[in-house]
Design a protein around this ligand. Structure first.
Ligand code: Q9C
Ligand code: ZN
Length: 342
């Protein structure tokens, strides 16, 4: 399958993130994409292509235009204030605060458009995120043109980014943008199957009241795992979207068989929905060696995952999400794609 890739991701390189009050090096770093690129090339997955000329219109159909406008100007405003470090939010409008009046203060706006302090906004964050969306749209266009599958190899990831907020290392929701593009081109049903360790809260929020995009997520139980405030099994969708959202929260320590049991339940729902396009939010932070996650999937399981996805027999778009065991993330991603193709 074709792999869509750009070096633009390199411009997003956070200096540090906050973890339990300490500054720690960012887990979401450029080397991640380097390892994935090296591994998919070594595995002979397919040609590596740059982004094609695509309409970026789907972006403002899944994200609020004022959120995108904020991100586009954020770095120049932040540095004009004399700052030389990355911008990290430190104040948030939670319950009871007003969301209809936008403060002028930069830090206050940064808080309005985010939900954690682990997602530094850097000099190249907007360009890298925009490039990731363009690659996802290029991969979607390739599948829409008749290819069986495509892989968008980009970072930062996207599935935590919601209609008007960033967080969880994500700014633009690439999977949601690609799904919206397919819908805008006439698709009636798109499924997004999120296999990242963390709940895809942003994707869920974007499509929660819609029947044209089915969302399914296997993830660490939000009672103990990030992003904590969403991802329970009783979140089934709302209004027209009721019945089109499926969460499979799993306990810390979850091993291969239990994870694949949940996967087969999710796959049955995909089959019943019969989507014209299947998008995989492909995080491999389920791996036993992942430094920030608590599932225990072993290496051979990634090939099995790819085969399970292939068995759904749908045009399939793979979008890279998380995975922080830097040396192994490439091999695990390549194993999923190999398992899919064989
Ligand atoms: N400092 C994705 O996998 N922080 N995002 C956890 C470690 C947030 C993960 C604590 C993890 C976000 C796309
Ligand atoms: Zn993750």
């Amino acid at each position: 399958m074709h792999i869509f890739y750009s070096d633009a991701h390199r411009a997003h390189a956070g200096q540090f993130e906050f973890f339990r009050g300490e500054k720690v090096p960012c887990f979401e770093k450029p080397e991640r994409a380097d390892f994935v690129l090296k591994a998919v090339q070594a595995a002979g997955i397919g040609p590596v292509l740059p982004a094609s000329e695509v309409s970026m219109a789907p972006l403002s159909r899944v994200h609020a235009p004022r959120y995108l406008a904020f991100l586009e100007r954020a770095w120049e405003r932040w540095t004009a204030l004399g700052n030389r470090t990355d911008a990290i939010p430190s104040v948030w409008p939670i319950r009871g605060f007003r969301s209809d009046v936008e403060p002028d203060n930069f830090q206050a706006q940064l808080g309005m458009y985010s939900f954690d302090s682990g997602t530094p906004f850097t000099a190249g964050s907007w360009q890298a995120a925009l490039s990731g969306a363009q690659l996802a749209l290029s991969a979607q266009a390739h599948v829409a043109a008749g290819a069986r599958a495509a892989f968008s190899l980009a970072r930062p990831p996207g599935h935590h980014a919601g209609p008007d907020f960033f967080g969880g290392y994500c700014f633009i929701n690439n999977a949601a943008v690609a799904a919206q593009a397919a819908i805008d081109q006439g698709a009636q049903r798109v499924s997004i199957l999120d296999v990242d360790y963390h709940h895809g809260n942003g994707t869920q929020s974007i499509f929660y009241d819609r029947a044209d995009v089915q969302f399914l997520s296997l993830h660490g139980d939000p009672r103990t795992e990030y992003p904590f405030y969403l991802g329970h099994a009783d979140e089934l969708g709302a209004g027209a979207g009721l019945g089109f959202n499926h969460n499979y929260p799993l306990p810390a320590g979850c091993t291969n068989e239990r994870w694949f049991d949940a996967l087969s339940q999710a796959c049955s729902q995909v089959q019943a929905y019969a989507p014209e396009l299947l998008i995989i939010s492909l995080g491999v932070d389920t791996y036993v060696g992942d430094p920030i996650s608590k599932f225990r999937l072993d290496k051979p399981e990634y090939r099995r995952l790819g085969a399970a996805i292939a068995a759904l027999r749908r045009p399939t778009l793979f979008i890279l999400e998380g995975g922080y065991a830097v040396a192994e993330i490439g091999e695990n991603v390549a194993a999923v794609l190999t398992g899919f193709e064989h």
